[in-house]
Write a protein that binds this ligand. Structure first.
Ligand SMILES: [Zn+2]
Length: 432
């Protein structure tokens, strides 16, 4: 090793004047990497199955996530050659008409496949209540919601907690009903063991339908601290409340849910079926960040009983992403960056990615959290904005790291492949 190499190997605290050039070199190569989108909600705005919950009333969205973000117009220009610079009603109509014309040209699953092609996404998770016949299962692997198994009783008290829960909790009841219909179960089984068996049947059937993971958005509905009750405790509570005649006390309901949550993540370990968990500040005005932040999950994530369960922390714990990356020191814990790239601008998201790439680079994955905003601005525009923002921020983070002598340029590209595609894909060997 000569002196020059030695001095090159010493990291420095500022990027050099070459950082822009490195960025310009990396970006086109990063744009060429076909991506695996680890978390997204593809679908049309009028499709109620895009999510298992709905937007809470009067929700306060951060600036960049609002439907008036002008970057969404840029997205419409890039995807559909939208010829205007505003979204006045008559211009918006142009966009709606253009999309319906394309839907005829690309019938059924061809439409969203065409969108993925345009943003160089090889395949994208469809985290949806149920799959849609207009999504190609080969390119949109399904991730279903597992929360509803935790709300089988009389939910009167749960609904009444605040206006957000008044929207969310009835939808959990509805979701549970749909799983019961799927399994031809008319009412809740009388015996707890039969209830658990029903859950396993839903999992088996969903896997047969192509599901690759289960998702929890439990942080929206209750605190994410989980006690460790015995099966007997859960069974007693089930016997008491499964008829729906009486309303469980909050303590009883939580104890039951804690048991079911642990049952489900155990099942995920046994079936080699990864567990996705929403871990970020959420929509709605009553999302309780103190009770539901990512670090509350630490006792579960660091429990050796769950070592065979793969956990993906969706949204990377934002805005606690600096703390959350240390949870990825567990071999079975991964962080997904979706949402961060849509609610932060690339300048801030670049710093998140850089810090993650400098800590556990082999444990982080790309996702957009795309969502249909409304009839005009759909999942299409949000896919585009999420993918573009992520690729730009990734190139910028890596350019700084190269310029600061932290990694070589070839290594930077390896890290880009891992983040955009390889790390996530390896978590689903059966599906591929
Ligand atoms: Zn999401």
């Amino acid at each position: 090793m000569n002196l020059l190499q030695l001095s090159n190997a010493q990291a420095r605290p500022f990027p050099g004047p070459d950082v822009q050039q490195i960025y310009q070199r990396l970006l086109p190569q990063i744009e060429k990497i076909p991506a695996f989108d680890h978390h997204a909600h593809p679908g049309f705005a009028d499709d109620p199955d895009v999510d298992a919950m709905a937007s809470a009333p009067d929700t306060s969205l951060p600036a960049r996530a609002r439907a008036d973000n002008p970057e969404l117009i840029t997205a419409a220009k890039a995807l559909f050659a939208y010829p205007y610079d505003d979204l006045s009603p008559e211009h918006a109509k142009w966009l709606v008409d253009k999309k319906s014309e394309l839907k005829k040209q690309y019938p059924g699953p061809a439409y969203f496949n065409m969108i993925l092609d345009k943003i160089n996404t090889e395949s994208s998770v469809a985290n949806r209540a149920m799959m849609a016949d207009y999504l190609d299962p080969k390119r949109f692997p399904w991730v279903f919601f597992a929360d509803s198994f935790m709300w089988p009783f009389n939910n009167e008290r749960e609904r009444a907690r605040n206006p957000d829960e008044a929207v969310y909790i009835p939808l959990q009841g509805k979701m549970l009903q749909r799983w019961m219909q799927q399994e031809k179960v008319g009412k809740l089984p009388a015996r707890f063991s039969d209830y658990l068996e029903f859950i396993v049947r839903v999992f088996d059937d969903n896997r047969k339908k192509g599901a690759i993971a289960m998702k929890f958005e439990v942080a929206y509905f209750r605190p994410t601290t989980f006690s460790d009750p015995t099966r007997e405790q859960a069974e007693d509570i089930y016997q008491h409340y499964s008829s729906g005649d009486s309303v469980p006390s909050e303590k009883d309901y939580r104890t039951f849910q804690d048991y079911i949550f642990r049952f489900l993540i155990n099942l995920g370990g046994r079936l080699r079926f990864p567990v996705h968990i929403h871990t970020a500040a959420g929509i709605g005005n009553y999302f309780n960040f103190t009770e539901s932040n990512v670090m509350n999950l630490e006792s579960v994530l660091r429990d050796p009983r769950y070592l065979s369960t793969t956990f993906v922390l969706i949204h990377g714990g934002f805005p606690l992403e600096r703390e959350a990356i240390w949870l990825a020191s567990m071999k079975n814990v991964y962080l997904d960056s979706s949402l961060g790239e849509l609610i932060q601008y690339p300048s801030a998201f670049k710093d998140t990615l850089k810090m993650w790439l400098e800590t556990f680079p082999e444990k982080i994955t790309f996702g957009t959290d795309c969502f249909p905003y409304n009839q005009v601005l759909g999942a299409e525009e949000s896919y585009w904005l999420g993918a573009e923002s992520s690729r730009m921020a990734l190139a910028a983070a890596l350019a700084e790291m190269v310029s600061e002598n932290e990694v070589s340029e070839p290594r930077a590209l390896e890290l880009a492949h891992a983040y955009l595609h390889d790390t996530a894909v390896k978590l689903y060997p059966v599906a591929r």
